[in-house]
Design a binder for this molecule. Structure first.
Ligand SMILES: *[C@@H]1O[C@H](CO)[C@@H](O)[C@H](O)[C@H]1NC(C)=O
Ligand SMILES: *[C@@H]1O[C@H](CO)[C@@H](O)[C@H](O)[C@H]1NC(C)=O
Ligand SMILES: *[C@@H]1O[C@H](CO)[C@@H](O)[C@H](O)[C@H]1NC(C)=O
Length: 810
């Protein structure tokens, strides 16, 4: 009911009271009846109340009039005058919430017309229960709401009025809320929830309370409603990790992306308040490089290289935070487990680059150090070398090893070794590494030069050119450089009384042996010389070898006729008996040849004879025999010219004349003297005399001169004799020249001595010249050919003075 309606009603009521006051004298009638009274219920008796009798009333046609048409609710029984309920009255429908409800009627009487007011007051009956507007009251209360917070509840409505309206509210017992009932300005009671104990969404996210509203009727009516309290979340819970410390083992070298651990924190709150994100709160740089964290799932993954050798232990702080920033921390400990990923490392700590080959076994060559960065068994290293024949690996302190020789080395067999050191760890699978150390063996002069042959022999023809090479020797020395450099020399010895160096020389570098002079087979046929090969070490080592040189013959000697003696020397006439028969031996030519072999194989031939048919000479025997019987007619004096020829390549020959006298009696010989010989002889004698006289004169003059000088300069007499004069020290008899061959005086010639060049060890001295007829270089000798005169040689030892040689030749 609106305020306007209400005021209109009020003014009508006031008017009714005013009218009733005016018409009070008409004994206005008022009745009360409870609503909902059944039809035909008598409310009152008008006849009685107006003081009339029933006859009068029926005569006067009593009736009720209402101002407004519509429901009448009441009627008057015309016979009895009773006011009866004609229709059930619902006060709530008629008057709503107005506290008084009355129906106004006019009682009309006719004959005479009279009007009386009649009021029926409708009394309230508790026929309505309190009613809540909704079945359910929904409340949303944040759990953070404080104690004493008031929450207004919607009131209950009861159509009844007065005490039949809502009088009480009651709330189901609970631990959080109390009920406070208040009355508003309209007098309507309403309830309020007062928070007595804080809510916790996490304990109870909603609750239902029954609120009952009761009216004051009798019996009272009530109805209840459910208050549904939904506890709204407040961020009152921190995220809580499942574990305070997560401890994980992780093998090193885990690939990128490998999940390590998932941390998880629970937040009892909901929505944004319970949305947990994760982040590193405390992390080292190394760990930050190695791990990543999914901020939503809390999963820690490998994000970088995990190397046990660099970092074996990580401690990472992780913070979990909810949407509004409440946070808590947990710790992740990652222990990296070792994987055998590091091969052992070999380091050479010291080493000698070369060791002498005579180093005793056990000589230290190198010190190595082996280590492995891994841990545990992966760190245990075994070490070995391959060259076990010559070297040993000896473990030393800690991880040090020394490599020593296990035997003597020989540079000539192996000049260097590559020692491969292998280190293997005990991981699975094992890793190994190796390193090669080069050790060179330095030389020691432990090998003497060795000649390629046990002995050498060479053949050289006589009359060779001086300086020509005869043969060569070679010696090898396997040592290194100067220890293996070989020099050759001749061992000093004597050949036929002369030093061997006057016959042979050797090139110290090449070992080529040269003839120093021309050899003569007829003087010696072979010579032996020791050649020494010496290396350049210190001390040097040497060996020697015998070189035999055989001189081979050349046909350089003409046959020499011994018999008959060459013309002029002897009186040679062979007597042939007149009775000599054919074939009888008459004479024999005897010839020799200094050469040998074919070169000395002589053949005889008559090249001229007085009577060519009379004599013959044996081709090889030289026997002269009669070819036929000698007759009287044959000339008494027979001359044969016989040629003796050797069998050389270019044959040489000599001739002789054999004089034969066919006679039985020496007396018959007419003239046997050879005039020319006599002449020659006397000539020779006279020349000899002249020569002797000249020499004597010269000598005397010389003596006088010396004496004179001595006389003049007395002061130095000794010096003069000491130095200037040399007494002949040797006289070489003429037959000395025999060696050279009878009468085969060849032209002497000088030549420059062949010198071995480049030899530092050449063992013969510088010689200015050789004369073909000279034997030793330091003894000058001259000789005269046999048969042509005497020779006088005056010489001293040749070292300080020139030699005076007087040679007499015819
Ligand atoms: C050692 O190794 C080097 C190269 O690595 C090689 O030239 C040499 O011949 C080797 N020496 C030996 C004795 O094996
Ligand atoms: C030669 O051997 C000696 C030891 O006998 C040694 O000292 C020297 O170094 C060696 N020379 C060379 C070039 O090897
Ligand atoms: C020559 O060698 C032999 C052994 O080969 C040795 O006995 C001799 O002494 C050596 N002679 C010289 C002069 O070195």
């Amino acid at each position: 009911m609106g305020w306007k309606d209400f005021s209109a009603c009020a003014s009508l009521l006031v008017l009714a009271f005013f009218l009733s006051a005016l018409t009070g004298s008409y004994a206005d009638l008022a009745y009360s009846v409870a609503e909902e009274t059944r039809i035909a219920t008598v409310v009152g008796n008008i006849v009685k109340d107006m003081g009339m009798d029933s006859k009068t009333m029926s005569a006067r046609k009593v009736r009720l009039d209402t101002e407004e048409s519509g429901k009448r609710y009441f009627d008057i029984n015309p016979n009895t005058g009773d006011l009866v309920v004609s229709q059930v009255v619902d006060r709530e429908a008629l008057c709503g919430s107005r506290s008084s409800c009355a129906l106004n009627y006019e009682l009309v009487l006719e004959n005479p017309l009279e009007l009386h007011g009649l009021v029926v007051h409708i009394l309230d009956v508790n026929d309505n229960a309190p009613q809540f507007a909704t079945d359910e009251i929904k409340l949303e209360i944040r759990e953070s709401a404080g104690k004493g917070t008031v929450f207004l509840l919607s009131e209950a409505h009861d159509a009844d009025v007065g005490t039949n309206a809502v009088q009480r509210y009651s709330l189901q017992r609970n631990e959080h809320f109390a009920l406070r009932v208040s009355t508003n300005a309209d007098g309507i009671k309403y309830g309020e929830l007062v928070l007595e104990k804080e809510l916790d969404r996490e304990q109870q996210r909603d609750m239902s309370l029954h609120l009952t509203a009761s009216d004051g009727g009798s019996p009272p009516r009530s109805s209840s409603v459910t208050i549904h309290v939904n506890v709204l979340d407040a961020n009152d819970n921190v995220p809580v990790f499942g574990l305070p410390v997560y401890k994980i083992g992780l093998p090193e070298n885990s690939p990128l992306g490998t999940p390590v651990v998932t941390v998880s924190a629970a937040d009892a709150d909901e929505g944004v308040n319970g949305k947990v994100t994760y982040e590193f709160s405390r992390i080292s740089d190394a760990a930050a490089r190695s791990f990543s964290l999914d901020r939503n799932t809390g999963e820690v993954r490998v994000a970088g290289l995990i190397d046990y050798e660099e970092e074996a232990h990580y401690e990472i702080g992780i913070q979990a935070k909810d949407g509004l920033g409440l946070a808590s921390n947990a710790k992740v400990i990652v222990d990296i487990t070792d994987v055998n990923d590091n091969a052992p490392v070999i380091v050479v700590k010291s080493m000698s680059n070369s060791i002498p080959e005579n180093a005793p076994p056990g000589t230290e060559v190198a010190i190595i150090h082996v280590h492995d960065k891994d841990a545990g068994g992966n760190k245990q290293v075994r070490c070995s070398i391959q060259e076990t024949s010559s070297f040993k690996l000896i473990p030393s302190i800690k991880k040090y090893y020394s490599i020593v020789t296990s035997q003597e080395l020989d540079r000539e067999i192996a000049s260097g070794y590559n020692i491969t050191v292998t280190a293997t760890d005990e991981g699975t699978p094992p890793l190994s590494s190796s390193m090669t150390i080069h050790v060179s063996v330095s030389d020691v002069n432990d090998n003497p030069p060795v000649f390629e042959e046990q002995s050498y022999s060479a053949y050289v023809s006589e009359n060779n050119k001086p300086g020509s090479s005869v043969c060569s020797v070679t010696a090898r020395d396997p040592d290194w450089r100067q220890n293996g450099t070989v020099f050759y020399s001749l061992l000093p010895s004597e050949v036929s009384g002369a030093p061997v160096s006057s016959f042979l020389s050797i090139n110290g570098d090449t070992g080529v042996i040269h003839a120093v002079r021309s050899f003569d087979y007829e003087k010696f046929r072979s010579l032996k010389v020791q050649v020494v090969a010496r290396d350049n070490g210190s001390p040097p080592l040497s060996s020697n070898v015998t070189v035999s040189i055989f001189i081979s013959d050349e046909n350089d000697n003409s046959p020499q006729i011994l018999y008959p003696a060459p013309a002029g020397n002897t009186f040679m006439t062979e007597m042939v008996p007149k009775a000599a028969l054919s074939g009888s031996l008459v004479s024999k030519v005897i010839a020799v040849d200094a050469d040998s072999g074919q070169n000395a194989w002589l053949s005889y031939q008559i090249i001229k004879s007085t009577d060519p048919g009379l004599f013959t000479v044996g081709l090889h025997s030289g026997e002269i025999r009669a070819l036929r019987d000698i007759s009287e007619s044959d000339s008494m004096k027979q001359n044969l010219v016989i040629s003796v020829k050797d069998n050389g390549q270019t044959p040489l020959s000599a001739t002789c004349t054999v004089s034969l006298l066919i006679s039985d009696n020496l007396a018959e010989v007419p003239d046997l003297k050879d005039v020319s010989y006599e002449e020659n002889n006397s000539k020779l004698t006279s020349y000899l005399i002249i020569a002797l006289v000249s020499v004597s004169t010269f000598f005397l003059t010389f003596l006088i001169l010396v004496l004179a000088v001595r006389f003049c300069r007395r002061r130095k007499p000794r010096l003069l004799f000491d130095g200037a004069v040399a007494i002949p020290s040797a006289y070489f008899p003429p037959n000395y020249a025999e060696v050279e061959g009878a009468g085969t005086l060849r032209s002497s010639y000088n030549y420059d001595t062949y010198l071995t060049t480049g030899s530092r060890t050449s063992d013969f001295k510088f010689v200015t010249s050789y004369n073909d007829n000279t034997l030793p270089a330091d003894d000058t000798m001259k000789n005269c050919p046999k048969g042509t005169g005497d020779s006088v040689a005056i010489s001293d030892n040749g070292s300080r003075f020139s030699t005076l040689v007087i040679c007499c030749l015819l």
